[in-house]
Design a protein around this ligand. Sequence first.
Ligand code: F0G
Length: 458
Amino acid sequence: MTERFRTIIEPFRIHSVEPLRMTTADERRRKIREAGYNLFALRAEDVLIDLLTDSGTGAMSRDQWAAIQHGDESYAGSPSWFRFLEAVRELFPFRHVIPTHQGRAAERILFSVIAASGKVIPNNTHFDTTRANIEFTGGEAVDLVIPEGREPRTIHPFKGNMDLDALGALLARRAADVPVVFLTVTNNSGGGQPVSMANIRGVRALCDRHGVPLFLDACRFAENAWFIRMREAGYADKPVADVVREMASYADGMTMSAKKDPLANIGGWLAMNDDVLAEKCRNLLILTEGFPTYGGLAGRDLEAIAQGLKEAVDPDYLRYRIRSTEYLAEALDRAGVPIVKPAGGHAVYVDARELLPHIPPLSYPGQSLAVALYEAGGIRSVEIGTVMFGRRADGSEAPAALDLVRLAIPRRTYTQSHMDYVIEAVTAVAAHASELYGYRIVDEPPQLRHFTARFAPL
Ligand code: F0G
C-alpha cells in the first residue's frame, strides 16, 4: 500500500491462473436439482465462486511452491521436518510438536488421551470436529462464549471472548473433571470473531487458580493477532509475530489446522509442554498418522507449511486479508442484507432467518438462501443452521439457535472484482427474498446430515 491512496489492493500479482468455468442459470438449476439441493454434492467445476470454506483452499505463493521442491521424503529425521519444527516453534514455542494430516487428527489424538465419559471440556465455541471428537470419547463439550457472541447484530470488538464468569463457575464446581480448557482463535462457529489478549490472560488466570491446562485451537491465529493489533490498546505497533507469541505464552498447548492461516492445502499439528502427555500422543500418532517426524504429511507438505507460516504474519498480507472480508461485509450491510456484525476474519455470515422471515426454521431458510445463491450466481456457500444442527440425539428435530449462511473467503484466491460479483449476486437474491421457498429433507444419514442429506423444494 502506498501512503497516498486508500484502496487496499491485493499485495500480490498473479503468476499462474486457474480457469473458472462459466455456466448458465438453467444449467445450475439442473445441477443443483441433480445434487438433491445439497451444495456439498455439486462438482466443484460447476461452481463459479467457491465460498464453501477457507480451509485448504488458499493459493500458495511462489515461495511455497519453491519450498515444495526442497521436500525431503526421508522416513525419519528429514530436513523438511526440522524446517517445519523451527517455523512452528518460532511462533508457538511449545516443547513438543506433533505433525498431523489436518486439525481433526490432532483433536482425535489429544481427546483420545485426555477426554472420557464424565469429563467436560469448555471452549468459547467448539468447532464441529472438536465437539465430535470429544463426544466420541463420551466427554461433554461446553460452549461458553460471551452473550454478545450469540447476538448477530451486537457490535463488540472481541465477540469471540470466553465468558469468564461462566468459566469460573464451571471450574469452581467441576475442575477435577476438566482435563483442559480450550480457546478457539478466531471463534469460527461464532462468526470468525476474535478473542482479546486480555481475555486470553483472564482464561489463563482461571486455569491457574484451578490447576487446569489451557490449549488454543489456533487455526486462525494470525487473523486473531491482527484484530488484537487493530482493536486492543498497546498492540498497534507490535510485530504480528510478537502478538502471536504472546497469545501462545498463556497456553500449555495447541491444536492446529495448517489449512487455514498457515496457507497450506493440507496439514496440522498438536503441540504441548507436558512431556508425559506428549509421549502418549506420539504413541497414538504412530498408530494411525505416521512416524513423529512427518505425522500424516509428506516432506513437501512440511515445507509448504513452514514457508506459509512466515507469510501468514506479514502485515501487508493481513491488512489485505482482513480488509477484503470487511469489504464484502460492508457492501452487503449497505445493501440491507442482514449479516453477523462486525465482519469476522475469514467469512461473512448472512442471517437467513432474518432475510427470509416467511420460511420457518424447520423449512431451512439457510438452505433456501444457499441454493438461491448458487442458482443465481454460481456461488457456493454453506448453511450453518437448522440443517447442520437441528437433528437431536433422540431423533427429534428443533430449530438451531441461528440460521446463517457462511460465505468463507479462501486466502489469496479471489480478487476484489470476484468479491464485487458476489456482492452483486447476493444483493440481487436478497431483493427477491420474498419469492424464495423452503425445503424439506427427503433423505438423511443418522449423523452430520448436512454433508449428504437430499432435499426437495416445498
Ligand atoms: N478447528 C476449527 C476452528 C476449524 O475451523 C476447523 C476446520 C478445525 C478445527 C478442523 O480442522 O479441517 O483441518 O480437520 N474448519 C473448516 C471450516 C473445515 O470450513 O471451517 P481440519
